[in-house]
Design a protein around this ligand. Structure first.
Ligand SMILES: [Zn+2]
Length: 453
């Protein structure tokens, strides 16, 4: 995941009390809940039929939900170990199968019916009373790191260190922990919950795992809760649109000395790139571009026959993305023209260029009355957590672009150095993140009252 444009405005809520007051209020609330729990016959809160989600408070007083929430504190070191074990299995883009097999085993051990679909997604099903209505809880399997990267996990005091430990070792560990906690508590949801470890979130994976999941569950999918990275301080409700392009310039190639003066694809690409990087971008809607990779040539003393450039374009506005793609095409065409004009020898072959689309992530926004966001806010309120709304580029882009309720949140704890070899994760505070995710999930899935099971 990449969080791009934090929106500073907090969700509308009453003014936040000071942290100490907040802790005290939360403690009083918990104490009151225990009193209610023991003083009253078991009350149940099945999922309302309408759009509203069950509140975190009404969920937490149910014995099964309480047992599931309790499971986390007793299993924190097991969760750390699972995170380290899963992170140490390489999962480069398009090579997620080994980690997928490990996830299949661990989700099966959590009592789920598990299968791997044709895209490579691991899908563990917890059947609900309203079987055909689906709620999807997902964490992506893939990392940005190429094959051969050392992904062994080191521990320094409480910290875990490894490429991918947080993004998305933290999400995968949370997925497993939530499945185990519901299994241990014998909890049955109203709606069917799919626990999914999906492929293809990072880079050129182009969200293919989530695209397949949404395609395959057409019409049945009620909510998608994405777990990506660490933290409990944010919730992504808006999808940042992006487009990834590759420019390819080809030419005749030749000898650096004897063929000097022939048009050179690297020269053409550089000329075009220099034009493009001066393109003005709008500060609002926020728009960015990045020249991320450049390749070409075979030796220092050969005129290359090919040069390639990869460009990432993102914007809060789809129109700005189109504008920048048009600018890129014009600049490259001009760069090729300049290089041909500069050539001093008749070329035995043509200098040509083309543009390949590597990926296109649609944008989208959740509705303000989203039941999923209401469930998350209720969980935050119950747990005394503060979080801000964000726009980002995650697996939630796909359901959001199709009008399906979806948010992306962190899995708790703290992390840093995402997409770098120095990536780290600190499990301090993980329990709250897991409870937050569980209460949000159950808020939209609903829970079958104990006696009627
Ligand atoms: Zn991620």
């Amino acid at each position: 995941m990449l969080r791009i444009a934090p929106q500073l405005k907090r969700p509308a809520r009453r003014p936040a009390p000071a942290p100490s007051t907040r802790r005290a209020t939360a403690a009083v609330k918990r104490a009151l809940l225990w009193v209610i729990l023991f003083a009253m016959p078991a009350r149940t809160a099945p999922l309302p039929r309408g759009a509203a989600s069950a509140s975190a408070e009404s969920l937490a007083i149910q014995p099964h939900v309480h047992a599931a929430l309790d499971w986390f504190a007793r299993n924190l070191s097991w969760i750390n170990d699972e995170q380290a074990r899963l992170t140490a299995i390489p999962a480069p883009p398009f090579q997620e199968a080994e980690r997928a097999a490990a996830m299949k085993a661990v989700l099966s051990a959590a009592g789920l019916q598990v299968r791997i679909d044709s895209a490579g997604n691991v899908i563990g099903e917890l059947r609900g009373a309203r079987e055909r209505e689906l709620v999807l809880l997902s964490a992506h399997l893939d990392t940005v790191f190429p094959p051969g990267t050392d992904v062994r996990v080191r521990r320094e005091k409480s910290r875990l260190l490894a490429p991918g430990i947080s993004d998305n070792g933290a999400g995968l560990a949370a997925l497993v922990a939530l499945a185990r906690s519901l299994h241990a508590a014998h909890l049955r949801p109203q709606r069917t919950i799919l626990f999914v470890a999906n492929v293809g979130e990072e880079g050129e994976g182009n969200l293919r795992g989530m695209r397949a999941l949404v395609d395959d569950s057409a019409g049945r999918l009620k909510a998608v809760l994405v777990l990506d990275g660490a933290g409990t301080d944010h919730v992504s409700t808006k999808a940042l649109a992006s487009r990834r392009l590759e420019v390819v310039v080809t030419g005749p190639g030749g000898h650096s000395w004897s063929d000097f003066g022939l048009p050179n694809p690297i020269n053409a690409l550089v000329r075009g790139s220099v034009r493009f990087i001066s393109t003005r971008v709008s500060p609002g809607p926020r728009t960015t571009f990045n020249l991320g990779e450049i390749h070409g040539g075979t030796s220092v003393n050969s005129i290359p026959h090919e040069a390639r450039l990869k460009v990432d374009i993102r914007s809060e506005s789809p129109d700005e993305i189109v504008r920048l793609e048009v600018a890129l095409r014009e600049c490259i065409a001009a760069g090729v023209r300049d290089e041909l004009q500069a050539a001093t020898r008749p070329s035995p072959g043509k200098l040509e260029w083309r543009l390949n689309v590597l990926g296109s992530r649609p944008g989208g926004e959740g509705r303000p009355d989203s039941p999923l966001l209401a469930a998350l806010r209720s969980a935050d309120e119950f747990l005394g957590n503060e979080s801000r709304l964000e726009r980002s580029s995650t697996d939630a882009n796909i359901p959001l672009s199709e009008g399906i309720d979806a948010i992306s949140i962190g899995a708790g704890g703290a992390g840093g150095g995402a997409h770098s070899l120095q990536e780290w994760y600190d499990p301090e505070g993980r329990e709250m993140g897991l409870k937050r995710a569980l209460l949000t999930l159950l808020g939209v899935s609903g829970v079958v009252p104990e006696k009627t099971k």
